[in-house]
Design a protein around this ligand. Structure first.
Ligand code: MN
Ligand code: MN
Length: 462
């Protein structure tokens, strides 16, 4: 069956305005926040402004929690979770929105800086799944932190302001590319060749060999208080420079860096700000490291979420491991990540009845995975049925999809990890064109339907 186009809901100018206004807030967020740390800090500011208190403060003040209380916790400045306490005890289960805030990019190596033929470059190691040939001849910016030995942390963001310099990875000129163009696409630009050009003026000291590098090091010290050794304890991400932009004559879409998965994280968190006192505790969980397997202390595999729920249980008098088990088992989650939008330029990888389309609203993937659903969280039919009811009752337009044709490829998300906690969970989210390219595209109405879907899900009373 074919789903309807969601723009039909917004024919009235004032209705369309709501969609565009929400999308404009998102566009600005996406332009200003290009790393997991930046997203985390942005969302914490939003939460504080909306009256959320940090878990640490609540614990140290010796407070107890009651329905309507709003709490957040941050994990190593890279992932966060926030809660609005429900009327039911936490052990009755939570309504959880999950998404990730890391995106594919290039990271500087620990020893990145070198000089070659009077040019200075920074060596990188790419992060997540990228088509390397897409990352050359683009204006790039450096975002991240440099942690000094004395404990100070320097924030870095160069390449976004109008008068900032930008950086980039070069590509071979067409005139000398006969051999390069016969290579397979995965070999045209190789990982070790993703080197970012950052300078070319020699310094003046006569006893030094690498004068251009010396000059760059002087600039780094003067302007940013960074020494060469400080790169050892830095996290600098190389990302596309510049703002996200409206896309198309009708401005119905947004082109930007990092829609995957901030296009789900942003409306999830904004939905939390719309909730008053829910029946079941509302949760929004935004994690790091999804693009490299959800590993590490800030990824979904971390104990951070369970530990934080255990803290909350203690604050409501529901202590004990059994309460935690019940809280997790009785929870329901929308694990949101981007879906592959059907692309008329590449129809052959999709199966048209089970693909996601721009404009047709929130996407539900009963399963993702690859080759026989391997690695997928296959949501229970009963849960999918319940979600259909929630969406239809709230007049939210939604569609169902798989990630491409059978045996063409596939992908994973954080859904199965939440599933391991024995809760009902489904993959859901927003369709994206150009997924994992430096500039990805989404539809504004899909973003808005996702926001409405999240609000309806959090307000649901089982
Ligand atoms: Mn993703
Ligand atoms: Mn991804």
């Amino acid at each position: 069956m074919e789903r309807k186009n969601a723009w039909e809901k917004y024919r009235e100018e004032s209705d369309k305005r709501q969609v565009f206004d929400f999308a404009e807030g998102y566009r600005q967020f996406l332009s200003d926040n290009k790393t997991e740390r930046e997203c985390c800090a942005f969302f914490v500011d939003k939460l504080k402004a909306a009256g959320f208190e940090s878990l640490e403060d609540v614990v140290s003040a010796g407070k107890t929690l009651k329905a309507g209380d709003k709490i957040y916790a941050v994990n190593k400045k890279k992932s966060l979770v926030c809660f609005i306490m429900g009327k039911q005890p936490i052990s009755a289960g939570m309504q959880i929105l999950g998404a990730h805030i890391d995106s594919p990019r290039m990271d500087l190596k620990q020893n990145p800086l070198y000089e070659d033929t009077d040019m200075v470059l920074l060596d990188t190691h790419y992060y997540g799944g990228v088509k390397k040939y897409q990352w050359v001849t683009l204006p790039l910016a450096l975002h991240g932190v440099v942690a000094k030995k004395d404990g100070t942390v320097i924030d870095v963001c160069i390449g976004e302001k109008e008068d900032d310099p930008v950086f980039g990875v070069s590509d071979l000129l067409i005139h000398l590319s006969d051999e390069q163009l016969t290579k397979k696409a995965n070999k045209v630009v190789e990982g070790e060749d993703l080197n970012v050009l950052v300078g070319s003026i020699p310094g003046v000291k006569e006893d030094e060999k690498e004068l251009v590098k010396a000059n760059i090091l002087n600039i780094l010290l003067d302007q940013y208080n960074i020494e060469e050794e400080d790169f050892l304890s830095a996290e600098i991400e190389v990302v596309p420079a510049g703002a996200a932009r409206d896309y198309g004559f009708d401005r119905s879409m947004i082109m930007g860096y990092g829609h995957d998965d901030r296009v789900c994280a942003y409306p999830s968190l904004m939905a939390m700000l719309q909730i008053d006192v829910p029946e079941y505790t509302s949760v929004c969980l935004l994690v790091d490291k999804e693009e490299i397997g959800s590993v590490g202390a800030t990824g979904m595999h971390s104990r951070f979420f369970e530990n934080t729920v255990a803290e909350l249980l203690a604050l409501t008098g529901e202590e004990g491991n059994l309460s935690l088990c019940r809280a997790l088992k009785n929870s329901k989650a929308l694990s949101s990540d981007v879906s592959a939008a059907f692309d008329p330029n590449y129809p052959s990888v999709m199966e048209k009845k089970n693909a996601a389309y721009f404009g047709r609203g929130m996407v539900f993937n009963k399963y993702t995975g690859s080759r026989g659903k391997s690695g997928s969280n296959d949501a229970n039919a009963e849960y999918v049925g319940e979600l259909r009811r929630i969406m239809d009752d709230a007049n939210v337009y939604f569609q169902t999809a798989e990630l491409g044709k059978v045996d063409v490829g596939g992908g994973g998300t954080i859904a199965y990890i939440l599933g391991n906690l024995d809760m009902d969970v489904i993959d859901s989210g927003v369709a994206v064109l150009n997924m994992h390219a430096p500039w990805e595209i989404i539809s504004k109405v899909d973003l808005y339907e996702a926001f409405l879907a999240y609000v309806a899900f959090l307000n649901f009373s089982r």
